[in-house]
Design a protein around this ligand. Structure first.
Ligand SMILES: [Zn+2]
Length: 291
């Protein structure tokens, strides 16, 4: 019994040694693998850690950079576009005369009094200025460089002098804002005006002026919902004839029509008129390259 027990212990010891001998290499291998995998993990993890902030940094730095670039490009694109706005007429007309175009023998009043609202008696020069100032704000918000022929009613600037302001600025567009008037109070709607292709002073600017007139009228009508009249081509307007840059007169509505006048005196409608004209300017700038 004693001997058997001793033998048994011996055999168990041998077995334990053998088991230990066989198991050690697999433990060692497992240990190495673990080390390897730890090593890999350590390498990958910092790489991932490095990459992730890099990615985040890229995204963070690229996006504002892209925004800034886009803004700068938009600003640069529009900042070098000069829009001259003429609020038609002034508080006191100047009926002394000036040639209707460079070198013309025919003469017309330097600047007339303009129309008056049939219902409220609001003068055209006042409404023209209110709309012109809203258009200035709208265009400047879109990045354009805007030059105003007048920001006050108490001025005396002839139509040829207003065109000279646009010429000196080498304006991309000269927008002349007016309100219409007619004998019949039922007539309403908006129209634009430019020279004919045969204009002796600036016929070479006809295509641009025509496109500008089309764009401004279309977008003005879209924005306000007013009736679309037509584009009137005419070579008797001093402010057009003296303009050597693309020009349009926009008659935004009729002060002789009580309903249209009621709209034109409100800030809301004036703002729609301004946005519509500005949309037309945007469209003109985009489309003129195709001329
Ligand atoms: Zn007018």
């Amino acid at each position: 019994m004693f001997m058997k027990k001793k033998v048994l212990i011996f055999i168990i010891s041998i077995l334990l040694i053998l088991v230990g001998f066989f198991l050690y290499p697999s433990y060692k291998t497992a240990g190495l693998k673990e080390t390897d995998s730890q090593y890999l993990t350590e390498v990958e993890t910092p790489a991932a850690v490095v990459e992730e902030p890099a990615t985040t940094e890229d995204v963070q730095s690229e996006e504002p950079a892209a925004d800034v670039t886009a803004t700068e490009e938009l600003g640069a694109t529009n900042q070098d576009k000069v829009i001259v706005i003429d609020a038609g007429h002034q508080q006191k007309g100047d009926l002394s005369k000036e040639p209707i175009g460079p070198g013309a023998s025919e003469q017309k009043a330097k600047v007339t009094y303009g129309n008056v609202g049939v219902k409220t008696g609001t003068p055209e020069y006042q409404l023209n200025l209110e709309i012109a100032l809203k258009l200035q704000t709208e265009l400047e918000a879109r990045g354009y460089t805007v030059i105003m022929c007048r920001t006050d009613n108490d001025v005396n600037i002839s139509n040829s002098e207003r065109a000279a302001i646009a010429n000196e600025a080498n304006a991309d567009a000269f927008i002349r804002i007016h309100c219409n008037g007619y004998d019949s109070s039922s007539v309403h709607g908006a129209m634009t005006m430019c020279q004919t292709p045969d204009n002796p002073y600036n016929g070479n600017r006809y295509e641009e002026s025509r496109l500008l007139s089309e764009c401004v009228l279309d977008y003005l009508v879209d924005e306000t919902g007013c009736k679309k009249q037509n584009i009137f081509e005419d070579d008797s307007m001093s402010g057009i004839n003296w303009s050597m840059v693309p020009v349009t007169i926009v008659e935004v509505g009729y002060l002789s029509n009580p309903d249209e006048e009621a709209k034109l005196v409100t800030d809301d409608y004036q703002q729609k008129v301004a946005v519509g004209i500005a949309n037309g300017v945007d469209a003109y700038i985009a489309e003129r390259a195709e001329l």
